[in-house]
Structures are given as structure tokens and as C-alpha cells.
Ligand binder design. Structure first.
Ligand SMILES: O=C(O)CCc1c2[nH]c(c1CC(=O)O)Cc1[nH]c(c(CC(=O)O)c1CCC(=O)O)Cc1[nH]c(c(CC(=O)O)c1CCC(=O)O)Cc1[nH]c(c(CCC(=O)O)c1CC(=O)O)C2
Length: 344
């Protein structure tokens, strides 16, 4: 029985004693302890050593006092486990040796089973659920975001290659998205079966599409993912960046929680998707660098816009940045937990 279940209660829009808070990328380069571990292990090697990976996951929970842990991993972890040649290059990001350009490469993608591809991820989860007093969030990248890296071969600003592929080869695009959706659904369900109490689906880069393209080329492949997770009973959070124009379309997938970036005010986002969802976010990450009185005003503005309604999980509008300080994030947690919401 979890000592602190306010995150799970908020996912289900149940009344809480304090607004739960956690941060995307709460484990990472902003922490001196993480940087010390990274001197000995690459990011992927951390993931492949369950004892080290568990320690990295636990550190921010203990240091920051957040109400949820997120498994330390990357969205590239399952693809690498499937045998794809992808590396995380310093100050670049995921880089593929062979970008996807031909149908044969899509056909050659093998079926996914986490027990075979990434057994160490499941082992890390089993260690963590024995140690944690707060829920553990599992996660995966969504098909479009994964495909963006696989077709482009590396992070991109214009998505020219992946969108040209999507428009020019709709049949092969469909095969790629179906294979990735099957992998993501299976991977998330296996993370829940290993002990994760909630999962997040990161479609970080889907905001680069028009609403029509999202509904044509992406959303059809998302339904089986959300439905597979819903069947486990674990809450699912769906998040993308720059998705203000897509929130109504994404809501049709019926995740339990919609992640919101900072560009859309939280109350406006909640109005767009309606009262049947919980919401997560949405402090501008750069506000963490602001003077204390500005930071406090911005944290309070997010909380005020949630209007003390059950179903708000406080987070940044995107991930923690390497230049951030532990003390600034501790201050955000204090401010959120000090804010009066209705008593349980
Ligand atoms: O190499 C390292 O050790 C540090 C970089 C690092 C990566 N994954 C990481 C870390 C730890 C950290 O953020 O410090 C570790 C990482 N990647 C991810 C998460 C989950 C989360 O955001 O909470 C986490 C942290 C999980 C945790 O807090 O325990 C998932 C991830 N990787 C990725 C993406 C998509 C994206 O951001 O492009 C996403 C979705 C989350 C998001 O949108 O922020 C892909 C990725 N992974 C990575 C990079 C390079 C990051 C950089 O150099 O700025 C990139 C590309 C990028 O962020 O632009 C590598």
C-alpha cells in the first residue's frame, strides 16, 4: 500500500490533500550525482544496470520530495533493445546509423517483447516498486515521435524527411506506425505488469503537424495503445509539446490525464478537453530560472488556473533542463505543496 497516493488520486480526479507534483526528466544532468554516474556509464548502460538505474530513479524522489517517480529510461530504450542501431549523442540526442527510408527496413522490424528486448527495464521496475513510497510512472515514446527519429535519423527542426515520407508513402507509413504502435502498447502493458502504477505516452513532436494531418496520419494508430493501457486499470497520461491546437483531437483518445505544455493556459486547456479528464502541467520550464518572486507568481498562477478542481497534477510544460538547480526545483515542490486545496 503506497504511503503517498495523491498522484494516483489526482489521475482519477479524486479529491486530494495537496496538489501532487513531479517533473519530466526529474532524473538527469541537472543533478551532480547523475553527472558523476554518467562519468562511468552511458545513458543506455545506466538503463542496462537495474541497480544503477533504480538509484538514478530514486534520487530525485528523495532530493525533491515529489509525489511520483518516473522510471529512468529513454524513449529510444525499446528500439535499441529490438536491435536498432541508435546512440544518444552528447548535445545532439538520438542518432540512428541507418535511417528508415525503404519498405524492406519497415518489414524487417521484429515483433517486440520487453522480456527479450529489455529485461533489465522490467528488473529495474521490480526493484523500484519494493523501494518506493510514491507511485512509479512507466513511459514510452509515441509512434509519431519515434518515427520522427527513425526516418530523420536524428533530432530535426523541420521534420521534412519524416513528413515527406508520411505524405509520399502512405502505405509504408501505415506499416511503420502499426509496428511502432504494437511495440509501444506491449511495452507499456509489460511495464505495468512489472509494477508501474501509471504510464505516460510522450508524443513530444506531434505538435509539428496540422490537426488534419494528426487525425489522418497519427491518431488512428494511437487508439490501440491507449486502449491496451486502459485494460490494465493503470492511468495513462498523454503528453505532447506545442499541442494547443491538437488538444481536442488528442482528447478523443480518452487518456485519463492530458499533459499540457506552457503555451496554453491550464484553465483554457481544461475547457478545450472538457471535465472528464485530469490535466498535468504546465509551468514554463524557464520560469525555474526566474527571480524567486517571479517564480512564485508563476507557480501560483498555474495552481489558480486549476481552480482547486480535483484532477490537477503539477508539472513543468516540458522536461527539466540541465542548467536547472536542485534547490530551485525543491522550491517549486514547496510552493505547490503549500498551496491550499480542499481538505480530504
Ligand atoms: O545523455 C544524457 O545523459 C542526458 C540526456 C538525456 C537523454 N535522455 C534522458 C536524459 C537525461 C537528462 O535529460 O539529463 C532521460 C530521459 N529521456 C526521457 C525521459 C522521460 C521524461 O522526459 O521524463 C527521461 C528522464 C526520465 C527520468 O526523469 O527518470 C524521454 C525522452 N527522450 C527523448 C525525448 C523526446 C525529446 O525530448 O526529443 C523524450 C520525451 C520527453 C521529452 O519530450 O522531454 C529523446 C532524447 N533523449 C535524449 C536527448 C538529448 C537530450 C539533450 O542532449 O538535450 C533527446 C532529444 C531531446 O531531448 O531533444 C538523451
Amino acid at each position: 500500500m503506497l504511503k503517498n497516493d495523491r498522484f494516483l488520486r489526482a489521475c482519477r480526479r479524486q479529491v486530494v490533500d495537496r496538489t501532487p507534483v513531479w517533473f519530466m526528466r526529474q532524473a538527469g544532468r541537472y543533478q551532480p550525482e547523475y553527472r558523476q554516474i554518467r562519468e562511468k556509464y552511458t545513458l543506455m548502460e545506466i538503463c542496462e544496470h537495474p541497480d544503477v538505474c533504480a538509484e538514478v530513479t530514486l534520487l530525485p524522489v528523495r532530493q525533491l520530495g515529489v509525489d511520483a517517480a518516473i522510471l529512468f529510461s529513454d524513449i529510444m530504450t525499446p528500439l535499441r533493445g529490438m536491435g536498432l542501431k541508435v546512440d544518444i549523442v552528447e548535445n545532439v540526442g538520438p542518432v540512428f546509423e541507418e535511417p528508415i527510408v525503404r519498405e524492406e527496413q519497415v518489414s524487417a522490424l521484429p515483433p517486440f517483447d520487453a522480456e527479450e528486448a529489455v529485461p533489465y527495464v522490467l528488473e529495474t521496475i521490480r526493484i523500484l516498486v519494493r523501494e518506493l513510497d510514491v507511485p512509479l510512472i512507466g513511459f514510452a515514446g509515441a509512434p509519431f515521435t519515434l518515427a520522427s527519429y527513425m526516418v530523420e535519423g536524428r533530432p530535426t527542426r523541420d521534420y521534412r524527411k519524416v513528413k515527406t515520407f508520411m505524405y509520399s508513402e502512405p502505405r509504408v507509413w501505415g506499416q511503420l506506425m502499426e509496428k511502432l504502435a504494437a511495440m509501444v502498447a506491449r511495452y507499456l502493458v509489460q511495464q505495468v505488469e512489472a509494477g508501474c502504477q501509471a504510464v505516460q505516452v510522450f508524443d513530444s513532436w506531434v505538435g509539428n503537424l496540422t490537426r488534419a494531418d494528426y487525425e489522418t496520419y497519427v491518431r488512428p494508430y494511437m487508439y490501440p495503445i491507449i486502449e491496451a493501457v486502459r485494460a490494465t486499470g493503470a492511468p495513462v497520461i498523454h503528453f505532447g509539446v506545442n499541442t494547443g491546437h491538437l488538444l481536442a483531437s488528442m482528447a478523443d483518445l480518452r487518456p485519463d490525464v492530458m499533459g499540457v505544455d506552457w503555451r496554453t493556459d491550464l484553465d483554457e486547456a481544461w475547457r478545450i478537453i472538457g471535465p472528464d479528464f485530469a490535466v498535468q502541467g504546465n509551468l514554463d520550464p524557464v520560469a525555474v530560472f526566474a527571480p524567486p518572486e517571479v517564480l512564485e507568481a508563476k507557480v501560483t498562477d498555474v495552481l489558480r488556473r486549476a481552480g482547486r478542481r480535483p484532477g490537477h497534477i503539477f508539472n513543468l510544460g516540458h522536461g527539466v533542463m540541465p542548467q536547472m538547480s536542485v534547490s530551485a526545483l525543491q522550491r517549486v515542490v514547496e510552493l505547490v505543496h503549500a498551496y491550499e486545496v480542499r481538505e480530504v
